[in-house]
Write a protein that binds this ligand. Structure first.
Ligand SMILES: Cc1cc2nc3c(=O)[nH]c(=O)nc-3n(C[C@H](O)[C@H](O)[C@H](O)COP(=O)(O)OP(=O)(O)OC[C@H]3O[C@@H](n4cnc5c(N)ncnc54)[C@H](O)[C@@H]3O)c2cc1C
Length: 450
């Protein structure tokens, strides 16, 4: 089969059972190229199609907040798939253990899995692929232009990947077809867990209150519709203003794969009226976001200073001895107890709502560098807090955003300053000159006003 989104991991001679799609990044039934590709394979062979899911008890720093968002969203997706005669087979345990078990029990004839770039996921993918006897495919339904096709190396910056993506974009702007009702029925269902059991399983994660974001595919589409109606046309001018509501707040849905970026792209380009705003949005959704997957796929040290350029390491080292007027412990930061009310407000926004505006994320991470003894520790802290509290954390965008803020990745050298050296600096007064910071601070202190 010839689908440029599908990358053949391995050839093989599989069993006589169904084609299996192992879902682990794109948690949706609609606009899911891995599922569409798996269905084509299953139809060609005249066999059933199943979706395998392994729910790990722990994933990086995820808390109950993110697990509940995932499982509640999956409930909707599983029901849609079951309605299409595609069994959703869920087991509780790390995917590298429970998915191979199901592959063997079902005598799977071919395996299709989501593309992913994170180290832990790629280790799981290798183990799961090794357990399959038949062909194994990886399908990139995350990026509008498949990551491996956009570039075969770590890109230097947005300016180097942008032309590569735009050159191929029109080839991939194809409306995905609907998944069909599958004509071949699985005769014997293996033992699986229920969604209620999955919700209980989530209790193993560190407890953290849920947020106002409603999980699932329907909610993702509603969020997209509401953004297009009331935010998109002012996105260009308001994108960098944290008090401006004109951002999409789609990142939790994109992170969990509850909506596809390609769908978002289709809708914003078809319905947006302000061309400049649409272009500004497409730059973030496509270029910046896909640069992040490129970075994590090709840079094994995406979450440590090993990914910084030589100039960045040199300048940060040269400034390690600089006087640091403010130093805070991780706990003080976590509780939003610094001298900087703007930073505290951003931290509290993240803790309470599971989301933070892009401008504030940059400011927030740069201040962690400023108030921590060593840049390596600053990076660890920023990643820990981001992954623990943000709904969209544990994401290529997060690792890239932190590396950009603290290590100048995808950025250039700026004028020399204390502590930061040549890393781009952001200040309280700079924020003050850009937007009404008191309005933002008050909104975080009085949540009912947001
Ligand atoms: C320190 C730091 C940490 C970050 N952590 C994360 C994270 O964990 N998860 C995450 O998804 N994003 C992260 N970002 C990127 C960005 O801040 C968020 O994607 C954005 O704020 C999400 O809000 P939104 O959906 O309203 O964005 P919008 O402004 O509406 O943008 C639309 C979409 O474009 C993408 N996007 C926007 N800005 C960026 C960017 N700078 N880099 C890459 N993609 C972008 C996102 O998918 C976003 O949903 C981080 C940025 C920084 C500087």
């Amino acid at each position: 089969m010839n689908d440029p989104r599908a990358y053949k991991v391995r050839d093989g001679h599989g069993g006589n059972g169904p084609v299996a799609c192992w879902m682990h990044r794109e948690h949706r039934a609609r606009d899911n190229h891995a599922l569409l590709f798996a269905q084509e394979l299953a139809l060609e062979r005249g066999v059933p199609l199943v979706v395998l899911y392994g729910l790990a008890p722990k994933f990086l720093e995820a808390a109950s907040r993110q697990f509940l968002f995932l499982v509640k969203g999956l409930r909707e997706t599983a029901a849609t798939l079951e309605g299409l005669n595609i069994p959703f087979l869920l087991r509780l345990g790390t995917p590298d253990v429970v998915v191979p078990e199901m592959i063997r029990e079902l005598d799977v004839s071919a395996l299709v899995m989501d593309f992913d770039v994170l180290r832990l996921k790629r280790q799981w993918m290798k183990t799961v692929a090794d357990a399959a006897q038949g062909e194994v495919w990886e399908v990139d339904s995350r990026n509008t232009v498949p990551c491996r096709l956009a570039s075969d190396k770590r890109e230097y910056a947005a300016r180097t990947i942008r032309p590569k993506i735009h050159r191929l974009l029109s080839d991939f702007l194809v409306e995905p077809p609907d998944l069909k009702k599958h004509p071949h029925t699985l005769k014997k269902r293996p033992e699986t867990a229920s969604m209620d059991e999955a919700l209980k399983h989530v209790e193993a994660a560190p407890a953290l209150p849920e947020t106002a974001f409603v999980p699932g595919e329907t909610a993702a589409w509603e969020q997209l519709d509401s953004f297009i109606r009331s935010g998109l046309d002012v996105y260009g001018e308001g994108r960098n203003v944290p008090t401006n509501p004109g951002v999409s707040r789609l990142s939790p849905y994109l992170h969990f794969g509850q909506i596809s970026a390609l769908r978002v792209l289709h809708e914003v380009t078809a319905r947006g009226k302000n061309r400049d705003s649409v272009a500004a949005y497409v730059e973030q959704l496509v270029v910046r976001r896909e640069l992040s997957d490129n970075f994590c796929l090709y840079e094994p040290e995406y979450d440590s200073p090993g990914c910084f350029a030589d100039w960045a390491i040199t300048t940060l080292e040269e400034h390690l001895g600089d006087e640091r007027p403010y130093l805070y412990s991780l706990e003080e930061m976590e509780r939003g107890k610094t001298h900087d009310d703007l930073w505290n407000a951003a931290q509290m926004e993240m803790v309470r709502t599971g989301h933070m505006h892009n401008y504030m994320r940059m400011y927030w991470a740069k201040k962690i560098l400023e108030w921590t003894e060593h840049y390596e520790e600053a990076m660890q802290r920023a990643i820990f807090l981001n992954d623990r509290y943000q709904l969209d954390g544990r994401d290529a965008n997060g690792y890239t955003g932190v590396a950009w803020s603290i290590g100048g990745v995808h950025d250039r050298a700026w004028g020399e300053r204390a502590i930061f050296g040549k890393i781009r600096f952001m200040s309280y007064n700079g924020a003050k000159s850009k937007f009404r910071i008191q309005e933002y601070i008050d909104a975080q202190l009085r949540p009912s006003l947001i």
